[in-house]
Every structure is written in structure tokens, then in C-alpha cells.
Design a protein around this ligand. Structure first.
Ligand code: NCD
Ligand code: ZN
Ligand code: ZN
Length: 454
């Protein structure tokens, strides 16, 4: 028995794999070797045994849309704290958005983020490359160099900003075809959203905040679908939030186009009514929409129009959120509440099974990001021969969200003080526990987490 075997091996006993019948799952040296009916497997000497009766076992979650803020805003989050938060949320891989300072628009920056992730050891970090230099929307970034770098970038996005120029968008869609990449668009028509603060509707009119019409999102999605069809490329729609957007993607899919879409946990549960108290915790881009939009995105996720749930975890420092609405930054944290919100809105409502959750939070995001194959594949089935990337959750638990108890540096969760169902009990990255009994387990030899700025 080697030290490695102990560290990256585990026997999970009696877990409901994808919510099904209780099974034992044995992981040896990072790889699943056996899945058998509960009570039939025994642990080899020195292998950790995790008792999991009544718990649900899913493949490790994959986030296609995380803001880790490093380099540049380490006061809000670092690769280390953000990936620790991800592990606590049940994730084994995240895609780190490019809107950092400097912007991740060169091979050098994406390799830096990739290395920081690897050294931290909490989850696999896959940097997203910017579409345009400095997110300025003018000049195409070095997409090819980022793709062939050590970070092997496949997802490109100016997220935070919309790739508004149709010529630039067309070029990006053409360029990424060479390496089977995808452009992930933040769909926001800039002229229709100048100074916009929240969803344009009854509530914005009543409380006097500048509105952000649904059409500002839908106009860009419609255009990009046409461009992707013209070019024959893959398009991914970030944080889709309106009923009209769901309908556009539904029609594109019906026509066989390679268009995928994501919804965030917050757009599955919160509405513009939450803005009535002017609490900037509910200020987010795209804005929280109406009850009808919430129903439409739930239905879209249920019928497969929306492929994935992505967190859009957007940590912000205190001074950027602890101010009046108009001055506050857009964004909310989400890595540590995503699974609970999906349980509350989709599983506990009877709309989805745990197998469906595995599909929209692991299999599909890994596939869209092209990390389902290669050296360290993610989003794979819970089956022999597959990597031991797993999350064990207790669906019967209920937790009151307390940002001070979370792994993220920032405390801008809209669910502060809210009771949510479900709790991540353990997370395994290639057999190694990153979370046990709901607590983060620092990887051996990892740097000590720096003092959080609070
Ligand atoms: N979602 C947000 O409200 N904010 C994101 C940017 C983005 O995802 O567009 C951020 O970087 O803070
Ligand atoms: Zn965005
Ligand atoms: Zn984002």
C-alpha cells in the first residue's frame, strides 16, 4: 500500500448513484474500479471508507462559468479561495472567466491561471480565453495561441461585455472551428442597456430604477444564432434569462444548429420583485426577470432546450456591494449554493431526477467545454474505468446560508439567511477527498489559504 493509494482511493458505501438503488463505489489510485450493489465491496488495506447510506452520489460537478478574479482582484477572490468554494459546492472542475486584470487574452495569462489552479489542487481549472484584446471588442485576441498553450483553451468569451460588433463575432466563430472551440456570448445589446440597473418592467417603473429590456438580450441571441448558422460554428449562450431567449434557442435546436445555452441558479429562483428593497445583493447581469421568465427557464432546462446550469459565481469586494444600488457592482456568488438551488427548483418540484442534474451540471458542461476527453477528463459516468470525480450529497439536509461559513472570500450571496435544501457532504477529485463531512480538506502540500479579506 503506497501513500498515493491512501490519498487517492476511497470506498463509498451504500450511496444512491444518480439517485438510484444503493451501491458501493470503489476508487483506487484515482480511478473507479468497481460499482456493485450495497454491501458487496470491501476496502483494501489503508483505503478510506465513507459511509453513504441515504446519500446521493453524482459525478463531480463542472462549472462552465466562474469568476475567480485572479489576477487583479485578489481582494474579492483568488484562484485558491474560489476553487476551494467550488469544491465545497461539489465541483471538480471550473472554467475561469477572462474578465480579470490583466484580461486573460494571451497564452501567458491563461497559463498563469491554469498553473495557479493546478497548484491549489481543489478542482481542475480551465481558463476561458477572451475573444477580444482587453475585452475592448475591437481586435481579435490570440485565440490560436491560447488554444495551443498548456491551458488548452476551448471556450472563448468576453463575458462581462458583449461581443457586439457582428464582424468580430463572425471572425471569432470562424476562428474557433480550427480547434473545435466555442464562443460563449454574454448577450447584451449595449445601446439598449445604457445605464440600465434592473429588468425593465412593472417593478422597475414602480421603484424608479432604469430598466433593461428583455429584447436587449434576445436581439443579440437571435443575431448570434444566425451568425453561427452562417459560419457553421458552435455558439454557447451565457446566463440566458428571458422566456424569449428560451424560445430562440428552442427554435435553433429544432433546426439542428449547434447552439447550447446555460441558465444560472439565481435566474431559476429569484425575480425582479427581489429588487424592491434596493439591496444590491440582488443586482446582477443579466438582471433578475419576472415570474413568467423563471417558469420559462425552468421549463427550458427540463425539456433540454437549456443544456446546463452554470453558476456565474461573481464575487465582489465589500466596497463594491455595500453601497447604494446604482453604484454597486453587478454579480452574486453562487458556487456553494448552486446544487441546493437546483434541488429546490428542479428536483424537489418533481421536474428533474438526480440523473438529470448530473447531465446539466456535469456531463453537458464538460462536453461543451471539451474537457470530457483527454488526459484528465471530467463529466464522465460513475462507472469502472472512469476517473473518481464524485460528489456525495445529502438531499434531506437543510442549511441556512451564512456567507461567513463559505469558502469564497466574498460575501455577496443573495441567499444569505435563506434556508435551502441539500448539503454537499463530500467531494472527490480523482479519488482524493477535497471535502469531507461538509468541510474542505486542504490538499497535501498545498499552500495555506491566505487570510481572507473581510
Ligand atoms: N454576472 C455579473 O453580474 N457579473 C459578472 C460579469 C458577467 O457575468 O457578465 C462579473 O464579472 O462580476
Ligand atoms: Zn455575463
Ligand atoms: Zn459571468
Amino acid at each position: 500500500m503506497t501513500a498515493t493509494r491512501t490519498e487517492s482511493s476511497v470506498l463509498v458505501v451504500g450511496a444512491q448513484v444518480l439517485g438510484g438503488e444503493p451501491q458501493d463505489v470503489l476508487v483506487l489510485d484515482g480511478t473507479i474500479t468497481d460499482v456493485a450493489p450495497a454491501g458487496t465491496l470491501t476496502a483494501p488495506d489503508g483505503v478510506r471508507v465513507v459511509e453513504a447510506h441515504g446519500l446521493v452520489l453524482l459525478p463531480g460537478l463542472v462549472d462552465l462559468h466562474t469568476h475567480l478574479r485572479e489576477p487583479g482582484r485578489e481582494d474579492a477572490e483568488t484562484v485558491l479561495t474560489g476553487t476551494r468554494a467550488a469544491a465545497l459546492g461539489g465541483f471538480t472542475a471550473v472554467h475561469a472567466m477572462a474578465n480579470t486584470t490583466p484580461v486573460a487574452d494571451t497564452a501567458g495569462v491563461v497559463e498563469q491561471v491554469w498553473r495557479l489552479g493546478r497548484d491549489a489542487g481543489w478542482v481542475d481549472v480551465h481558463p476561458v480565453g477572451a475573444v477580444s484584446v482587453g475585452l475592448a471588442g475591437e481586435q481579435l485576441a490570440e485565440l490560436g495561441a491560447m488554444a495551443s498553450s498548456a491551458a488548452q483553451v476551448r471556450v472563448f468569451s468576453d463575458d462581462g461585455k458583449c461581443v457586439h460588433d457582428p464582424v468580430l463575432m463572425r471572425r471569432a466563430l470562424e476562428y474557433v472551428k480550427a480547434f473545435d472551440g466555442v464562443v460563449a456570448q454574454h448577450a447584451q445589446e449595449p445601446r439598449l442597456t445604457e445605464g440600465a440597473q434592473m429588468h425593465e418592467g412593472v417593478v422597475s417603473a414602480e421603484i424608479g430604477l432604469r430598466g433593461w429590456p428583455a429584447v436587449a438580450e434576445e436581439a443579440i441571441i437571435a443575431r448570434d444564432i444566425l451568425l453561427a448558422e452562417h459560419v457553421g460554428s458552435r455558439l454557447h449562450v451565457c446566463h440566458l434569462s428571458t422566456a424569449g431567449s428560451v424560445e430562440l434557442v428552442r427554435r435553433a435546436k429544432a433546426r439542428g444548429l449547434r447552439v447550447t445555452a446555460e441558465v444560472t441558479p439565481h435566474h431559476l429562483i429569484l425575480t425582479d420583485e427581489n429588487a424592491r428593497g434596493y439591496d444590491p445583493l440582488f443586482k446582477v447581469n443579466p438582471p433578475l426577470r419576472t415570474e413568467a421568465d423563471v417558469e420559462a427557464v425552468r421549463a427550458g432546462l427540463e425539456d433540454g432546450t437549456i443544456d446546463i446550469v452554470a453558476t456565474d459565481h461573481a464575487p465582489h469586494a465589500r466596497e463594491d456591494k455595500d453601497c447604494e444600488w446604482d453604484a454597486a457592482a453587478f454579480g452574486m456568488t453562487g458556487l456553494e449554493t448552486a446544487l441546493s438551488v437546483v434541488q429546490a427548483t428542479m428536483v424537489d418540484t418533481g421536474r428533474m431526477t438526480w440523473a438529470d442534474v448530473a447531465r446539466v451540471m456535469s456531463t453537458n458542461p464538460a462536453r461543451i467545454g471539451r474537457i470530457d476527453e483527454g488526459e484528465l477528463p471530467q463529466g464522465r459516468p460513475v462507472a469502472p474505468g472512469e476517473p473518481g470525480n464524485l460528489v456525495l450529497l445529502d438531499p434531506s439536509a437543510r442549511t441556512v446560508v451564512d456567507p461567513r461559513q463559505q469558502g469564497t472570500t466574498s460575501d455577496n450571496s443573495p441567499f444569505r439567511g435563506t434556508e435551502l435544501p441539500g448539503r454537499v457532504v463530500a467531494t472527490f477529485l480523482r479519488g482524493r477527498a477535497t471535502v469531507l463531512d461538509g468541510a474542505a480538506v486542504a490538499p497535501a502540500g498545498s499552500p495555506a489559504p491566505r487570510e481572507d479579506v473581510r
